[in-house]
Design a protein around this ligand. Structure first.
Ligand SMILES: C[S@@+](CC[C@H](N)C(=O)[O-])C[C@H]1O[C@@H](n2cnc3c(N)ncnc32)[C@H](O)[C@@H]1O
Length: 231
């Protein structure tokens, strides 16, 4: 049997670090609060959840599932009872269930929301392609493989994008013109994106892709982050 390459290590506070990228999966300070500030508020999702009957969120980098689960948590609290959440997430190096569970230890309320998806997740990981995992009104579409190849193959458009593929300096492959154009292409009219990156060249690239881009206050000590809209 092929020996699986070790891709994860844990720092002294239990934050998972991706060895391939030498970057944490989420903020060492408070991953959940970062998820809220950058991706949920950055896409104005609280207000949008209240109003909508269905919403499609897409994400570059499923990682530990923290963003998905925090989104689901707020969705369950805010959205109308019958509303449907569709969440597409791209992941080239899916983590094992055990690593996801370990990453979620600080947030047992979120870990609970992952349980109905665990068996379906375990069946799909490692095999390239789009896989729909579902529970109640929520569909998690896991796009396993390189986002550069898979985003253009999406058959639907997202209302909100989480650009979470590690820092552009650590993973330039997820921050290139062709991919940002594909993200724009696969955004519905009025749709948005959010990212912790405030790098000038990242903003320019997203502007050239077609988004109206804004720089706002970043999470915690970070001065800025970027958000944008497809008009
Ligand atoms: C910052 S982490 C994402 C954290 C995640 N959103 C969470 O809530 O835990 C970035 C993710 O992007 C994935 N990734 C890196 N390059 C990729 C690529 N070319 N295509 C798809 N996923 C990629 C990594 O494996 C990693 O899981």
């Amino acid at each position: 049997m092929e020996k699986k390459e070790k891709n994860i290590e844990w720092d002294e506070n239990g934050t998972p670090i991706a060895l391939r990228f030498d970057d944490p999966y989420y903020s060492k300070r408070d991953g959940r609060a970062e998820s809220n500030h950058v991706f949920i508020q950055g896409n104005d999702l609280i207000t949008r959840f209240e109003k909508t009957e269905s919403l499609h969120t897409a994400e570059l980098g499923f990682g530990t599932g923290l963003n998905f689960l925090e989104t689901l948590n707020l969705w369950k609290k805010i959205a109308q009872k019958e509303a449907k959440l569709f969440y597409t997430s791209f992941e080239l190096y899916p983590l094992d269930i055990a690593d996801i569970q370990k990453a979620l230890v600080p947030w047992p309320d979120l870990a609970k929301y992952f349980q109905p998806f665990e068996e379906q997740y375990a069946q799909q990981t490692g095999l390239p392609g789009f896989y729909e995992l579902s529970h109640e009104n929520v569909t998690l579409c896991l796009a396993i493989g390189d986002a550069n190849q898979l985003v253009p193959k999406m058959t639907n458009k997202a209302d909100a994008w989480y650009l979470d593929g590690f820092s552009p300096a650590k993973n330039p492959e997820l921050w290139n013109e062709a991919l940002m154009k594909a993200v724009y292409e696969k955004t519905s009219k009025g749709g948005t994106f959010a990212t912790y990156s405030a790098a000038g060249w990242v903003r320019k690239m997203l502007e050239e892709a077609g988004f109206q881009v804004e720089r706002i206050k970043g999470f915690a000590a970070k001065k800025h982050m970027s958000i944008g809209k497809k008009l």
